[in-house]
Design a protein around this ligand. Structure first.
Ligand SMILES: Cc1ncc(COP(=O)(O)O)c(C=O)c1O
Length: 416
C-alpha cells in the first residue's frame, strides 16, 4: 500500500462551492445543553466504548499500534487525532451546528492553520480591524511578509458594500470577529455571508467572545467557525486551546495538510478538561451576561467613565443587530476612563478583586489594557478607527456576586 492509498493522508484541497448545502451535525435536533452533555459519548468511538465508563476516559497514548503491516490504525498518531480530542471535536461541532471540528494548540494557532491551508501566495483575505491582537499580527505582518498572502481591512465594516468592495478573484476567505475583542463591534453575519457567497467566497466567523451558547453563526450563513477554547469555553484559564468548525472536507484538509506537519491538536488532558467545562457552558454564559449587564448599567451612570462598550446597552451603535443576532451579551465589555494611559493604569492598579492579566472568559473577573498589551502593534490611526482609546480598559466580568464586582469598580474608579 502506498501512502497515497491511505484515505486520510493528503486529502484533496478543499474548495468552497456556495451551491453546496451545509451538512448539519447529526445531533442538531437536540437542545444545546443536551448536546453539551452527550454528543460523541452516547455513541462513543468504538475503542472508548470498551471501558463502559460514565465519564469519558482520558487516553494519553500518542501512538496507536498497527494490527498488521498494512492495516493502518485510526487514530494513528497524536499530532492529528486521539480518542479524547476526537470526542471534544465532535462535541464542539455539535454545539456550533457544524459538520466537523478540529482542535489546535490555541485559538491563534487554529486561525494560522486555517489560513495556511486555504491561502497561497498571491491570494488575499478580507477582514476588518475589529479582530483580536494576535489575529491582527498574523494579518498585518506574518502572512503578508512570509507567505505573500494579503489581508484587506474593510473601511466600513457596518456596511456590507464595504466588504464587497474588497473582494476579488483572489479572495479565499472573508473573516469576521463578532462581537469583537476588545470594543464589542457587532458585524451583521447574515449580510456579510450573502456578500461573500455572491462572490463564491466562504465566511469565517470568530465566535470566541460569546460562544455558541449565545450566537450561532452557521445558522446565519457562516461557513467556518473559529474558537479560542482558552476563553469562555474552558472558562477558568486552565486550558490553552482552539478549534475550527466547518465542512468535513475542509476540516480534514487542515488536519492532514497542515496540523499533521506543524502539530498539534489539543492534548488529551486538556481536551478532557474542556469536555467537563462545556457541560456548564450555557449556564455560565447566562450568568456572565446577567452580571455584565448590571456592571454596564453601573458604569454607564458613573461620572469617571467616558464611554462604555456593551452590546446590551441601547447606546451601542449596533444595538438592534446585537439583539437580533445574539441571545445575550456574554461577559466581555470595555470602557474608557479619562487621562489616557496613566488614567487607565491608575484604575487598573487600584483593583482589589479584579485581576489584571491577559486573557478573558474566566470565572473570576479579569481586566487588561488593550492599547499597550494586545493591540500595541496597530498604528495609532488604526486603534482610533476601532475605538481603542488610550484610556480603554477591557473587562471580562466573571461569576462572582455582582455587588462585589461593582464595589471594586467603584473604589478603583474613585482611587483612579
Ligand atoms: C476573539 C479571539 N479569537 C481568538 C483568540 C486566540 O485565542 P488563543 O489565546 O487561545 O490563542 C483570541 C485571543 O485573545 C480572541 O480574543
Amino acid at each position: 500500500m502506498s501512502p497515497t492509498d491511505k484515505p486520510f493522508f493528503m486529502p484533496t484541497p478543499w474548495h468552497f462551492n456556495p451551491a453546496d448545502k451545509p451538512v448539519p451535525h447529526p445531533d442538531a435536533g437536540q437542545g444545546f445543553d443536551t448536546r453539551a452533555l452527550h454528543t460523541g459519548w452516547q455513541h462513543p468511538l468504538e475503542d472508548l466504548q470498551k471501558f463502559k465508563t460514565f465519564v469519558p476516559p482520558i487516553v494519553p497514548s500518542m501512538t496507536y499500534p498497527y494490527e498488521r503491516f498494512d492495516k493502518i490504525p485510526y487514530p494513528v498518531y497524536g499530532r492529528t487525532k486521539t480518542p479524547t480530542a476526537a470526542l471534544l471535536e465532535e462535541r464542539l461541532a455539535a454545539l456550533e451546528g457544524g459538520e466537523a471540528a478540529l482542535t489546535a494548540g490555541s485559538g491563534s494557532q487554529a486561525l494560522f492553520n486555517l489560513i495556511f491551508t486555504i491561502a497561497r501566495p498571491g491570494d488575499n483575505i478580507v477582514t476588518s480591524l475589529n479582530i483580536f491582537g494576535e489575529g491582527y499580527k498574523q494579518a498585518a505582518t506574518i502572512f503578508p511578509e512570509r507567505c505573500h498572502v494579503e489581508f484587506r481591512f474593510v473601511k466600513n465594516p457596518a456596511d456590507p458594500k464595504s466588504w464587497d468592495a474588497e473582494i476579488d478573484a483572489q479572495t479565499r476567505l472573508v473573516w469576521v470577529e463578532t462581537p469583537s475583542n476588545p470594543t464589542l463591534f457587532v458585524t451583521d453575519i447574515a449580510a456579510v455571508a450573502q456578500v461573500a457567497h455572491a462572490r463564491s467566497v466562504p465566511l469565517l466567523v470568530d465566535n470566541t467572545t460569546v460562544t455558541a451558547a449565545l450566537q450561532r453563526p452557521l445558522e446565519l450563513g457562516a461557513d467556518i467557525i473559529l474558537l479560542s477554547i482558552t476563553k469562555f469555553l474552558a472558562g477558568n484559564a486552565t486550558v490553552l486551546g482552539g478549534a475550527i468548525v466547518g465542512p468535513k472536507a475542509l476540516i480534514e484538509d487542515v488536519r492532514w495538510n497542515t496540523t499533521e506537519f506543524v502539530g498539534a491538536i489539543m492534548p488529551p488532558f486538556d481536551s478532557w478538561l474542556t469536555l467537563q467545562y462545556l457541560e456548564t457552558l450555557s449556564m455560565r454564559m447566562a450568568r456572565h451576561s446577567a452580571t455584565s449587564r448590571q456592571v454596564a448599567e453601573f458604569l454607564r451612570r458613573h461620572p469617571a467613565v467616558r464611554h462604555i462598550n456593551h452590546t446590551d446597552l441601547p447606546a451601542h451603535p449596533q444595538y438592534a443587530l446585537a439583539q437580533r443576532q445574539m441571545s445575550g451579551a456574554g461577559g466581555l465589555m470595555s470602557f474608557v476612563v479619562p487621562g489616557g494611559i496613566p488614567g487607565a493604569a491608575r484604575v487598573i492598579d487600584s483593583f482589589r478583586l479584579v485581576t489584571h492579566a491577559v486573557t478573558f472568559g474566566t470565572s473570576r473577573t479579569i481586566c487588561m489594557h488593550p492599547p499597550t498589551i494586545t493591540h500595541e502593534h496597530m498604528t495609532p490611526a488604526e486603534r482610533a478607527a476601532v475605538g481603542i482609546d488610550d484610556g480603554l480598559i477591557r473587562l471580562s466580568v466573571g461569576l462572582e456576586d455582582p455587588a462585589d464586582i461593582i464595589a471594586d469598580l467603584e473604589q478603583a474608579l474613585h482611587a483612579g
